[in-house]
Design a protein around this ligand. Sequence first.
Ligand code: SF4
Length: 479
Amino acid sequence: MCGIIAISGSDSAAYEVFFGLMNLQHRGQDGAGILTLETKSGDFHIHKASGLVENVFSERSFKNLKGKAAVGHTRYATIGGSDPNMLQPFLDYDKGIGLAHNGNIVNFYNLQENWLSQKNARNKQCVSDSELILRLLCDNTDGKLNEVKFFDALGPIMENLVGGYAVAGITKAGAIFGFRDPHGIRPLVFGQKEFNGETVYALSSESVALGFLDFTNIEEVKPGEAIYISPDRKVFKKIVQSDSISPCMFEWVYFARVESEFSGQSVYRARFRLGLLLAEQLKQAGITADIVVPVPETSRASAIALAEGLKVPFRELLIKNRYVNRTFILDDQQSRQEAIRRKLYPIAEEFKDKSVLVVDDSIVRGNTAQQIMRLIRNSGAKEITLVSTCPPISSPCYYGIDFPSTQELVAFGRTEADIAKELGADRVIYQSIEGLQKALESKNLCMGCLTGTYPTTVEDGRVFGDARAKDRITRGETN
Ligand code: SF4
C-alpha cells in the first residue's frame, strides 16, 4: 500500500504535493519522493529518499523542485524492502513520462520476464511492478502523448495487468494523468480548485489529502477509468476496461484516514456503523462489561459506537506515544514487536478489577493484540473481551497489503476460542461478514483476505505470494 498524489497548474506544485503526502503518510512510511516539471523548458526535477515525508524533504530540496506540475509518493514496501531503487516516482527521461503507483501487480514476474526478453529492454531495468507500468506505458507511446494516444496505450496495458493498482503521473508536455484497476481495488480520487484565476487539478489516493489542500468537487476515479488533464487544462475521462467492482474493504476498516471517503461512503461513518453492529451482536450474546476501551487510533469511532450501543462507559486508557510510527506497516516482525512495546502505555489503576471490552479495528498477526492483552492483564483487569471490527483475516492479500502468507495470520486454522487463548483474552468477538457489508453499505467489495475468494485469478496471486516470500527470505526478513 502506498500514497500517491499529482497536481497540475499550481505555482507551488511541489509544496502542495508535499503537504498532500503529509496527509498520506499513514499509507507508507518507508520512503517518499516528488517529481516536478517545468513546463516551459520541459525539465524534470526529482527528489526521493527513504524515511518519513518530513525527513525526506527540506527547504533545499524545494529549491530544486521547480515547476507547476508535480507527482508524489509515500512508499509502503511489500517487496524490495528498503532498496532505494524501489523509491518512487519513476521517470523515463526519453519518453518524458513520470509516475507513482499504489498497489500490486500480481502477474508482475511473468510480465517482467516477457518485458526483459524484448529488444527495447536492452540497457534498461525493471525492478518493480510500478516501474513495469511505466515501461509498458512508454513502449506503447511515441513521446508525444495526448489524450487519444494515452487512452489507446492503456487498453492493452490494462488487459495484461492483473492486480489492484492506482497510478498518477505527469508528462513532459505538462499533462497529468491517472488510472485505476478495472475492479477498483485500490482507491484514486480527482479534484479541482480555482487559484489566481486558473483551475488547478489533482489526483490522490484519498480525499483527505485534496480536502486539506482546499480542492473541491472531489470525486472518485471509477474502476477501470483513466483521466488525462491536458497541458491546456482540458479534462478527458474514459473507462478503459471495467470488471466486477471490488474496492478493498480494508481501506474503510483500517487503512484510510477517518476523514476520507470512498464510493460515497465516509470512512468515519463506516467505522461508527461497524461499532453499532457489534453492539447488537454483543447484546444478543448477552455480553457486557464495565468499560469499553479502544486500541488507538483506528478503532476509536467503532469503540465510541459500541459503548453508546451497549450503554457502557467509553474510556481511553491505552495511551499512544505519538512519536512511534504505525506498527502494522513496519516491514518485519521484530521491528513491529519492538514498536508495539514502545507505542502503548496503559493507565493501570483504571483497569483494576474491571471487565473490559477492548476494541481493535482488526486482528492480523495478533502481535498488537497479544501485547495489549498482557498490558491490561498486568494492570489488574478481571475479564477481557477482545472485539474486532473486522471479520477474521485468514487468507493472504495479493493487492498491496502486507499480510502475504497464511502462517502469519492468527485467525488461520484457529477457532475463536483458540485465538482468544493465543492472544491472552478471555474471549474474542469478530464482526460478521454480513455486518461488514451492512456497515459499508455494499456487497461489491474485495474480501479476499476474509473469504479466500479474490476478484482476480488466484493462480497469479499464488505465484506472486511465493515470489514475495522468497524475496523476504533473500533479504533476511523473518516472519
Ligand atoms: S485481500 Fe483484503 S486487504 Fe487485500 S485488497 Fe482484498 S480486502 Fe483488501
